[in-house]
Design a binder for this molecule. Structure first.
Ligand code: SF4
Ligand SMILES: [Zn+2]
Length: 393
């Protein structure tokens, strides 16, 4: 997840972020200073906490029984979870042989964001998406920019029903929804309910994701009304295995399948020194975007800043410029740089969209705003080439 995505944390709701639960320690040691009153208060608070947590419980939609355990089929980790245990991401628990999500409607962060912030540049430009995140992740990335929520087990956020969330889109004048900030796949059940309601109201639905859902989960999302995804491709197979503990091929597969099903796809690579800044690695990603998703798929190369456990220095500007050039050399029509606001915007297509046919400026962006939009009926005003930008239903 990327640093620039999240504006409001739990404080936005007037809540203080809660600390992870500490187990209630029971002691009969004579020297204890705990009074009955303290115990009563602690127990009452535990009960309250338990009630809050139960509000987020829902039976997991994708699961099967195997070897006396529950296997979660939400993401490609496919955890086998024993009675009482948690999955790798700690958002799924086996209770009585059934797997439950612990984060249904548990919103850690909420924000009305320009769609350009996802980033999605070729999808409803200039629109605003009400964006929610929850807790935890199914990846291990040590550079996570949103580590305060993604590396945390579920904590009490603000319970937000799908109906409340959709009502909020109207209050904030949003044209669509986005589930982001932490990995949205972990909120599969809530996402499906949100997406179905959003569709009924004529809103679009988006995911900003590491793309590691199972094909079953992806199918459910598409059926429910997923319109667009920005998917992180974090490196080649070796880097993704080493740093994230996952298989990049599953992510490419999901990009291909989603695209085939009509979901708009944009790809982001956070360019990180020593992880994926090698020319061959960047060439490999750009080539696969073109071959597997099409030359007109936007590729966003973003600048990294040290965060969480990763201390490598920020991505040098020259590296990002080289990544931009590599995208073009590999035949991609639309390569954008992120986290470098205003850079070369006057002369090169770093934030702006230029016609791949004649070079005409088509969309000028500044930061997260569209400041000039020159496409008419999706056509370049100079050479009439069709530019694939989804502008609305
Ligand atoms: S969603 Fe969580 S519990 Fe389920 S397979 Fe993925 S990591 Fe495991
Ligand atoms: Zn043109």
């Amino acid at each position: 997840m990327r640093a620039d995505q999240r504006l409001f944390a739990p404080q936005a709701f007037g809540l203080r972020p809660s600390r992870p639960k500490a187990p209630l320690r029971v002691t009969n040691h004579a020297a204890t200073t705990t009074t009955n009153c303290d115990w009563a208060a602690k127990l009452a608070s535990q009960e309250r906490r338990a009630k809050i947590d139960k509000a987020y419980f829902r039976e997991g939609l994708l699961q099967e029984k195997v070897n006396g355990k529950g296997r979660c089929l939400t993401c490609e980790r496919r955890c086998e979870i024993a009675e009482g245990g948690l999955g790798w991401c700690r958002t799924r628990q086996n209770e009585g042989g059934t797997l439950y999500t612990l984060i249904y409607g548990n919103v850690s962060s909420l924000s009305a964001n320009p769609i350009e912030k996802k980033p999605l540049y070729h999808f409803y430009p200039g629109s605003v998406a009400l964006t929610a995140g929850s807790w935890s992740c199914n990846f291990n990335c040590p550079w996570c920019q949103n580590w305060d929520i993604s590396k945390s087990p579920p904590r009490p956020g603000r319970y937000t029903s799908p109906e409340d969330f959709i009502a909020e889109t109207a209050r904030r004048d949003c044209q669509g929804t986005s589930i982001s900030f932490n990995e949205p796949t972990l909120s599969l059940e809530w996402s499906l309910d949100v997406f179905k309601l959003a569709r009924q109201r004529g809103l679009y639905n988006t995911y900003v994701t590491n793309g590691y859902m199972t094909p079953e989960a992806l199918e459910l999302l598409i059926e429910a009304g997923l319109d667009a995804m920005n998917v992180d491709i974090k490196g080649d197979a070796a880097a993704v295995k080493k740093h994230c503990g996952t298989d990049v091929e599953k992510i490419w597969r999901n990009c291909r399948e989603a695209k085939k099903a009509g979901v708009h796809i944009e790809v982001t690579t956070l360019v990180i020194p020593t992880v994926n800044d090698d020319e061959e690695v960047l060439q490999g990603i750009a080539r696969r975007v073109r071959e597997e998703l099409g030359a007109d798929t936007p590729w966003h190369c973003s600048g990294y800043y040290p965060a969480y456990k990763f201390t490598a220095p920020p991505t040098p500007l020259q590296t990002l410029e080289r990544a931009h050039d590599i995208g073009g050399e590999e035949g991609l029509d639309f390569v954008y740089l992120g986290n470098v606001v205003g850079h070369r915007a006057e002369s090169l297509a770093c934030e702006n969209t230029y016609c791949p046919g004649c070079g005409e400026l088509l969309v000028r962006r500044w930061g997260l705003s569209v400041v000039r939009y020159r496409l008419k009926d999706n056509k370049c005003p100079r050479c009439r080439r069709t530019i694939p930008v989804i502008v609305g239903r």
